[in-house]
Every structure is written in C-alpha cells, then in structure tokens.
Write a protein that binds this ligand. Structure first.
Ligand code: PRT
Ligand code: MG
Length: 208
C-alpha cells in the first residue's frame, strides 16, 4: 500500500490530473466527502487529505509514503528529513514582500508580518536588513493597513489580493511550485512501487 498525503485546496485541484495519469482517481469526490482517507481506483494507493502545512510532517514520520507540498511549506518546515525528487510544476506562485502602494522603503529596523517566519528571517538576514518578524496565521494583508507591520511576506499569484487591500508586491523572495516528497524509509522499503510512480509522473510532466 502506498499512502499519498495531499492538501484539499488548490494543490489537490492541480494534482488530480497528474494522479489520474498514473491511474489514481479518488473513489469519493473529495469536494463532497468528509473522509480524510480516500481510496482510489488503484487498490495499492490511498490518499490522505490534510492541511497543506502538515504534509511534510506526515511524510517525515512515515504516516504517508509520499506527499505533495508547496515549496513555500517545505522551505518553512525544513526538508532535510525528506526526499524531494520531483518538481511537479503545479500550484505555481511567488513568495514576495509587499507593502502599501507608494510607501517609501524603510531604512533601519522593519516589522514584517508573515506566516513564513523562518523563510522571512533568512531572507532579510541575507539582505542585511534588520527585521522583526511577526507571526500570523492568515490575513497577512491586513497587517500594514492597521499599523501592525511595515510590510508582509506572502504568496502572490494574480496580485489581486494585494491590490484589493492597497498593497503592492515589492521583492521576489523565490518562485514556488509544488514538489513530490518521499519518506526516506519508504524510498528503500517500497523502492519499486515508488520508482514506478515517479516514472509515471515524470512522463506526464515531460509531455506537458
Ligand atoms: O489553509 P492552509 O494554509 O493550511 O492551506 P490551504 O488550504 O491554502 O492549502 P492549499 O491546498 O490551497 O495549498 C496551499 C499551497 O498552494 C501553498 O502552500 C502554495 O504552495 C500554493 N499556492 C499557489 C498558493 C497560492 N498559489 C496563492 N495564491 N497558496 C496560497 N495563495 C494565496 C495567498 O496566500 C494570498 O492570500 O492566495 C492569495 C494570493 O493570490 P492572488 O491570486 O490574489 O495573488
Ligand atoms: Mg488557504
């Protein structure tokens, strides 16, 4: 049995066609079902549906053999205890700094609101900028509007969310796509099954 951890939101949407190419289709409609374990058209493969930020944890501890996780989540979690063999090229976006439209660049110590604490800390340290990082779990865009922070670090896709809140993207920290991650022990114990699946994903991706 191979267990694949995947989050329910946009990653799942983008992953479905890829999984389908490998013969993996959930037996229940994940949008309607409240099941957290979905059996699939392949008897040897099941999906576990979890929060995006929990995917690396499940895979690291072997609760799932494989997982699909955004690079943003992997950077923040740390991926030393996982294999990351494949960039799936799905759920693409950019991790960026953003500030109120027209606000001057702040010199000296800045306050940054983000859920990407470690990644932001490293980024500003590398830039030689003194930053106080304020951890938020959501609605980062609000922080500069109410004086909680000078800027934010968040994911940007279309830019509509920033725009709707009077913010503008400033600096690109890194481009983000979703990656296939593999538990290290599973890679040894279930080598054949995992390599076969990796090959199928690679074939599909190379045809895109
Ligand atoms: O709730 P939780 O944070 O646990 O996860 P989730 O339910 O949001 O999970 P899911 O499955 O949606 O996956 C999140 C992953 O999708 C992230 O880790 C990224 O790797 C990837 N991704 C790609 C995005 C975006 N694009 C994205 N635009 N995740 C979030 N956003 C948000 C962003 O945070 C901002 O609020 O969308 C807004 C910006 O979008 P635009 O189009 O307005 O710029
Ligand atoms: Mg979300």
């Amino acid at each position: 049995m191979l267990t694949i951890a995947v989050s329910k939101g946009r990653i799942f949407e983008d992953a479905l066609p890829l999984l389908a190419e490998a013969g993996i289709k959930p037996l229940d409609d994940p949008k309607k079902s409240r099941k957290l374990i979905l059996n699939t058209t392949r008897e040897d493969v099941r999906l576990v549906i979890i929060r995006a930020t929990d995917v690396p944890t499940f895979v690291e501890y072997g609760a799932a053999d494989l997982g699909i996780a955004g690079k943003d989540v992997l950077l923040e979690h740390g991926a030393e205890n996982l294999y990351e063999p494949l960039d799936l090229g799905i759920a693409g976006c950019r991790l960026m700094t953003a500030a109120p439209v027209g606000a001057p660049d702040i010199s000296g110590r800045i306050r940054v609101a983000t859920k990407y604490v470690k990644t932001a800390q490293k980024y500003f340290a590398d830039q030689g900028i003194q930053a106080e990082i304020i951890k938020l779990y959501g609605s980062m865009e609000l922080a500069p509007l109410v004086g909680l922070a000078d800027c934010i670090v968040d994911l940007v896709d279309t830019g509509n969310t920033l725009k709707a809140n009077g913010l503008e993207a400033r600096d690109l920290i890194t481009n983000i796509t979703s990656r296939l991650v593999v538990n290290k022990a599973s890679m040894k114990m279930k080598h054949h099954a995992i390599q076969t699946l990796l090959g199928q994903f690679e074939n599909t991706l190379s045809e895109r």
